[in-house]
Structures are given as structure tokens and as C-alpha cells.
Design a protein around this ligand. Sequence first.
Ligand code: NAD
Length: 474
Amino acid sequence: MKIAVIGSGYVGLVAAACFAELGHEVFSIDNDEQKVAQLQRGELPIHEAHLPELLARHRGQRITFTSALTPPVADSEAVFIAVGTPPTAQGEADLSYVESVARAIAEAIYSYKVVIEKSTVPVLTSRWIRKVMLLDGAPAEMFDVASNPEFLREGSAVSDFLYPDRIVVGADSERCAEVLRQIYAPLTSGSYYRQSSPVPKPSGAVIPPPLIVTSAQSAELIKHASNAFLAMKISFINAVANICEAVGADIREVCEGIGTDARIGRRFLNPGIGYGGSCFPKDLKAFAAVARECGYDFHLLDQVMQINAAQQQRFLRKVRNALWTLKGKRLAVLGLAFKGGTDDIRESPAVELVRVLLKEGCSVRAFDPAAMKNAREVLPGAIYCESAYDAAAGADALLILTDWPEFAHLDLDRLRSLLAYPIVVDGRNLYLPATMAAAGFLYYSVGRPDAQPAEARGRSREEKTVAPVPAKVD
Ligand code: NAD
């Protein structure tokens, strides 16, 4: 099928590459000329596993990058809208990009098309899209508007797209639902997984995935409700972690105990410095705004957001407790992206924390495997390092702010010898307190008792005076 995907960002670009991978002929359209030129040259504007292979395989074959909207839309049977829906100052979703794209599509309709919302939008947006398209002269019988929310996670976006838990199609006509069934048929029939070299199956993926057909309104609500529920799970476990800290319990044990209940599940029970990224913060605000608009005060969402904001403050207190004073301290920071596996720093708790630490007079030596280019633009005051060890050299403490897998496998002896003081404040619980204590660190994490080396716990006053003060390394 010929498909146009408007917006070549995290969602649009991944969707376009994956549709090409499923055998469709895809136009990936963006009004950012620079981005389009970059994609045409074969350069990738984002960091995402498997995306380079997919684009190398399909660029110039099944996928074309362009900034012109009308000819490819006119030529396509399905048109996906994947532009941004950022929050307004009041917290509602700013739908102006969606509206301008809908108007442009209306002008390119000469044969039947399905226009599909892939962007995350408030309930009833599909009706608005239809309305503006009709006002802009699109003949009523020539198009349908559907909702096909995207559930991919940055960092594993390609795998999530090709091995989804489910595909949700919100369609108000059978003709339109059928177009979407055909688009996803290689996944729902299982044929994609039987071909010679599919993207590797992630563990736990259920194939083939189910395709759930609902009304457009239900599909729009499914996306907002899913994100709100996941954010609630994170805030809930962060709140429980705070209780653990107060009573000396271990959140890891608590998570295991509650997560093994099949009704609750283990995923997303990861205490830390709070959620961030381009989705949860804005989608929660937008969902709360939708509820207000409907006359329902969704207090629970306000609480979820408040707990999340407070979690960053608690982490800062932890850093203060570990270091006493902050001014003039040299800090190693591991991680700037809002989560591991991505270069996205939008609403990243790590970036916010570094901003505060710089303001407090700390010097920050940061390392992130993918997000440093983006971070440089918003945090010019930090020093960007070549590796975790480079960042640690001579630092008064090491802070772990993003859950990159490689940060969980550091050479602890090397780290210990590089740091001026063996202090690690781990906002992602990547290590076991006992392991860190045995490796000679004072270790602070979230929802677990602080750990310190045996010698620091049990040394006599006499021993302490003779213990060497760790040398500062420049
Ligand atoms: P993004 O900012 O990375 O990409 C949006 C793209 O749309 C940009 O490249 C921009 O130049 C382009 N664009 C804007 N106006 C345009 C226009 N008039 N014509 C053509 N292109 C235009 O955003 P994203 O992260 O890909 O998110 C897109 C939508 O998908 C949002 O609604 C978001 O909430 C939703 N979503 C995002 C994720 C995620 O993990 N990022 C996951 C699920 C859903």
C-alpha cells in the first residue's frame, strides 16, 4: 500500500521505516527542510536501535524523504499524522500542528483516503480533523479519519513497533478499519515474523499481536489512559520507595513481592528520580485538561504529577546529604537522556537535576552514550566527557541519572580509584547496595538503605586517623 507519514520525528520516522519493512511504499514527510536533507543523505537525526539498518535497507527503495506534502499525499491511500502535540501554557495539547496538517491534506484529496492520527491527541480530535477537512473542501465521501495510537517506547521503538503488545485501531467505518487491517496484516497474520531476516524478536513478545478495533473516541482515550496509568505506576512505586527509606525496608524486595502478583505485574515498578520524556509529562497534563473540560476533576492525575516533581527534590536532598555542601563540588554525572537507549532529553529529570546542580555552584562532568549533542544546547555549563571513567576522574561524587545498561556494568575498582571520594548517588538503582559497599563505596540509592564499606562502618577513631585521604586526581 502507498502510505504517507507526516512528521519524521521519533514516531513518524520509526513508523515510516517499519511500514517500509512491512512491504509498503512509504513517503516520510517533514516541513523541517534540514531534517529532510539529512535523511536524504542517509544521516539519522535520532538515536534508535535497528533504525539505521531499516533505513539503509529501504531508503530510495520503499521509503522516500520529502518536504513536499501534496503530491505524496495525493498518491497515498493512507495518511498518518505524526507531528508533535506539545503542551500549551495551560497544560492542554497544542493541536495547531495537527490542524495545519489536516488542512494541507484536505487540499490533496482526489481519491478515497484514510487519514490516521498517530500523534497522541485528546479525545474527539478525530472529529475536529474531519470538520476542518470538510471546511477546507475535502469531499465527505472521499475520506475517513481514524485513530491509531502509538505505544512505542524510545530506546526500543523499532522492536516495539514491529512486536507490539497490541495494535489499536479506532475507526468509525468498516471501510476505514479494513485499510488499517491491511496495513498491519504482515504483523497480525504473522507473515513478517516468518520471513528470512525480521528484526529480532524481543523476549516476552507475543506473536502475532492482536488488533483491537474500537470507536475513534475509545482509541484516543486508550492512549491517554495508558500513559496516565503507567505514570501512576511509577509515581506509586516512588511513593512506596519513600516509605521504605523511612522505615529501613528495601524497595527491591517490596517490588518483587508485589510485582509477582499477576494482577499488578513487575514492569514499570522501577523507583528512581521520576518519569520524564516527551510523552508522560505532557500527556498527563493533557488528560487532566480533557477531564476538566468534561466536568470531571481527575485529582489522581494531579497527585501523580506532584509525586513525580517531588521525587527530583528528594534526590537533590540525597545528594546534599551525601556531600554536605554543594558549592564548588565537582560531580560526575552519568546519563542525560530521560531514559536509557535514546538521545531524547525532552523533560529529562537528569537535565533538570544538572541545571539545579550547576546553579548551586557545582561543576558537572557529564557523560551520556547518545544524548550529549542535544544536552550541550541546553546545558552549556556542563563539561562533556568521553566515557563514564573520564567523567569520574577526580570527582567528589558520581551521580547515576539515566538507566543506560552500560552504566550497570562499570568496572567498580577502576571507578573507585578514579573518584576523589568514593561516593555514588544512584538515582536508578543500578547496583546492589551490598556490592557497592564491598567495592568500597558510600552508596545512596532510592528506597533502599544507604550502604558503606565495612571499614567506614567499623573503623576505630585510631584507624580513621591513619586511613589515607583519597588523593584528588585532575
Ligand atoms: P517529534 O517532535 O520528534 O517529531 C515531530 C515532527 O513533526 C518534527 O520532525 C516536525 O518537524 C514535524 N512537523 C511539525 N509540523 C509539521 C508539518 N506541518 N508538516 C510536516 N511535518 C511537521 O515528535 P515525536 O516524539 O515523534 O511525537 C509525535 C507525536 O507522537 C506526539 O503527539 C507524541 O505525543 C506522540 N508519541 C510520541 C512517542 C515518543 O516516544 N516520542 C510515543 C508515542 C506517541
